[in-house]
Write a protein of this length. Structure first.
Length: 364
């Protein structure tokens, strides 16, 4: 069995990233075969996949199989920096380039010279930075903030996103020319629900991992519990599976995992209609898909209140509040429900006052 793990996985207990990856399912084996074919080249790679599916693990494996394996692998979360600092983080800065720049500093491109630069959440980059990134990729050189002289670089780019970039291009949020520059090799990473053959190997790996950390003796898993794991939709993908196993080992008894020990989320079924008797409701005569029509009616009523200040912010806050509650106060699933990136959703939740101080410091 091919197993990939993050080098510092034990320190990532609160990370929402996947910390392990296996290739047992046919879909995963096909992906692994493709990785082995494209990794030795120096072509840019774009990894597409939902949060928690293991995109960074795939990026690290591409690097490990490439001729750059002896060079640095630098992972950068493009959504983790403020718009004011992202340019300096990526391209570096000279002393005095901005307030607080007390010394010259190399950016992540220079740090990755001779190796691979992994740009995670590439879809979150501001448009102005996308223009500069495109130039760097074309010219193979960076100009530090506050400098005039370019610095040559030799870096392979592996980018990843959970955003559909084609839709972002159509919406004007992502540059088409940058997309084509990054999309030389495209690796589609299926969600865990679409590669069921990986579920139990991953579960057994996490059982062994947390059994060792907790100092437990041998833990076995009931066949019914295995079946329950296989049938779950895993909306949080591999990271959700790891969390479930961790919790399960804390509550299981007599060294055996039973079905009732598995605390699984119901987020995958929230959008499905409840299996209860329907109650007739008088609605206007509309097409079968009435959600947007009802929203337009409500918006029309709000617009009729002339002179109402802050209407847009009020509507946005209401949408965020509803989506956050529907997702059981989970930022990742709120982002997926709204079709936004995690960092954008997080920023808007903070701005709307929907995150507590404790939650602001968390990842989920």
């Amino acid at each position: 069995m091919t197993l990939l793990t993050l080098p510092n996985a034990q320190a990532l207990a609160t990370s929402i990233r996947a910390t392990a990856q296996v290739f047992e399912d046919p879909a995963s084996r096909a992906l692994l075969s493709r990785i082995r074919r494209v990794a030795p080249s120096d072509a840019s790679v774009l990894i597409m996949g939902e949060t928690g599916t293991g995109k960074e693990l795939i990026a690290r494996h591409v690097h490990a199989l490439s001729v750059r394996a002896d060079g640095p692998f630098v992972a950068v979360n493009c959504g983790a920096f403020s718009e004011n600092l992202v340019e300096a983080e990526l391209f570096g800065n000279e002393k005095g380039a901005f307030t607080g720049a007390f010394a010259a500093r190399e950016g992540w491109f220079e740090a990755a010279n001779g190796g691979t630069l992994f740009l995670d959440e590439i879809g979150d980059l501001p448009l102005a930075i996308q223009v500069k990134l495109l130039r760097v990729l074309q010219e193979r050189e960076v100009v530090r903030l506050g400098a005039r002289k370019p610095v040559p670089i030799d870096v392979r780019i592996v980018a990843a996103t959970n955003v559909q970039l084609e839709q972002a291009i159509a919406a004007g949020r992502f540059r088409e020319d940058l997309f084509y520059r990054l999309n030389v090799v495209r690796l589609e990473l299926p969600p865990l629900r679409d590669r069921p053959g990986d579920i139990l190997p991953l579960a057994h790996f996490f059982i062994r991992l947390y059994q060792s950390r907790l100092g437990y003796e041998r833990i076995r898993i009931d066949a019914r519990a295995e079946d329950k794991l296989r049938r779950h939709a895993w909306p949080g993908n591999i990271r959700e599976l790891e969390n479930v196993i961790h919790h399960t080992l804390l509550v299981c008894r007599d060294g055996e995992i039973r079905p009732d020990d598995l605390q699984l989320t119901r987020l995958d079924s929230l959008s499905a209609p409840a299996a209860t008797e329907a109650v007739p409701v008088a609605l206007p005569s509309m097409a079968p898909s009435t959600g947007m029509a009802l929203l337009e009616q409500a918006f029309d009523a709000l617009c009729a209140e002339d002179g109402r200040e802050g209407l847009f912010e009020e509507i946005e806050t209401a949408i965020l509040r509803f989506a956050y509650a529907r997702s059981q106060d989970n930022q990742v699933h709120t982002a997926r429900l709204l079709g936004l990136s995690r960092s954008v959703t997080r920023a808007r939740l903070i701005r709307a006052g929907l995150l507590s101080v404790r939650e602001r410091g968390s990842q989920g």
